[in-house]
Ligand binder design. Structure first.
Ligand code: MN3
Ligand code: MN3
Length: 322
């Protein structure tokens, strides 16, 4: 800021009402991994084959890497271009939740995996060619991109690149397995859906103000990037899923989510795939509401923190069985 004075943030003077409504939505849906009883999934876990267990470990390793990028550099870079002080506050909230996301995979590992397996997962993640490539590509844009390019990178990461990993827990959820692990993933997806919509909206504000030729240039850049990332994602998907025979249906799911990323930014879809093309078991996993699991009525999509009741000392002592 070039100002020689400091400006206090005034929440009673909102420049963009979307900042305020997003802040309210995000704080209302706040959650922590430590409240999900992951150990209830151990019986399901033991019923999986070795290949399946390894797949679960690796996809969560990959997701950990992406959430680490978002929490360590993504939000910081986006904050540099914030249009309003309230946008900065929203990005602060998002940044913290990205750390919660990244940490929650470790909670899953520590519940399901041995120390040696966890070491293997992180070693695999930190040396996997395709994961490293997407991390590198996105980070490079965060570092050197224009304000609009950075937003594109963020929306592609969150609304598209995560889904090769999300497929696995959603598939198990649709098959009534690993419900608590999937619950964490659904809470993450619920956050990402707000993040993608919000950052996509901020992208559109800047994009719509560009002259026609620059919009065209931007659009070409986005579609090229998406295609480059998609090709890398195809290789990653083959590597993860060929052995179980799920590759083609995962790719359909990726194309479906790539379209959603474009739509978040007000752009036309690139691929012909729609919701009806995705494996219904996975769509079923995504849409599972608050039924069929007692636990969901307490957290899950109905999880609200600090709604109507006044706080008392007990709130800090008792968790879920409150
Ligand atoms: Mn995240
Ligand atoms: Mn996010």
């Amino acid at each position: 800021m070039a100002n020689t004075y400091y400006e206090a943030i005034n929440w009673n003077e909102i420049e963009d009402v979307i900042d305020k409504s997003t802040w309210e939505k995000l704080t209302e849906q706040f959650w922590l991994d430590t409240r999900i009883p992951l150990s209830n999934d151990l019986d399901d876990w033991r019923s999986l084959s070795e290949e399946e267990k390894q797949l679960v470990g690796y996809v969560f390793g990959g997701l950990t890497l992406l959430d680490t990028i978002q929490s360590e550099s993504g939000m910081e870079r986006l904050r540099e271009d914030a249009r309003t002080p309230h946008e900065e506050a929203v990005l602060n909230n998002i940044q913290f939740m990205e750390s919660v996301h990244a940490k929650s995979y470790s909670s899953i590992f520590t519940t399901l995996n041995t120390k040696a397996e966890i070491d293997d997962i992180f070693e695999w993640t930190n040396s996997n060619e395709y994961l490293q490539k997407k991390a590198e590509r996105i980070n490079e844009i965060y570092k050197n991109g224009t304000p609009l390019q950075k937003k594109v990178a963020s929306v592609f990461l969150e609304t598209f690149l995560f889904y090769s990993g999300f497929y696995t827990p959603l598939y198990y959820l649709g098959n009534n397995k690993l419900a608590n692990v999937a619950e964490i993933i659904k809470l993450i997806i619920r956050d990402e859906s707000v993040h993608g919509t919000y950052i996509g909206y901020k992208f559109q504000l800047g994009f719509n103000a560009l002259p026609e030729e620059e919009q065209e240039e931007m659009r070409n850049w986005m579609y090229d990037l998406l295609f480059e990332l998609y090709e890398n994602e195809e290789r990653y998907t083959e590597q993860l899923y060929d052995e179980l025979g799920w590759t083609e249906e995962v790719k359909t799911f990726l194309r479906y989510n790539a379209n959603k990323a474009l739509m978040n930014m007000g752009q036309d879809p690139l691929f012909p795939d729609g919701a009806n093309d995705v494996n219904p078991i996975v769509m079923n996993g995504i849409s599972t509401g608050t039924s069929n699991h007692d636990f969901f009525s307490q957290v899950g999509n109905g999880y609200l923190l600090g709604t109507v009741e006044a706080m008392n000392d007990n709130d800090y002592l008792i968790g879920l069985d409150n």
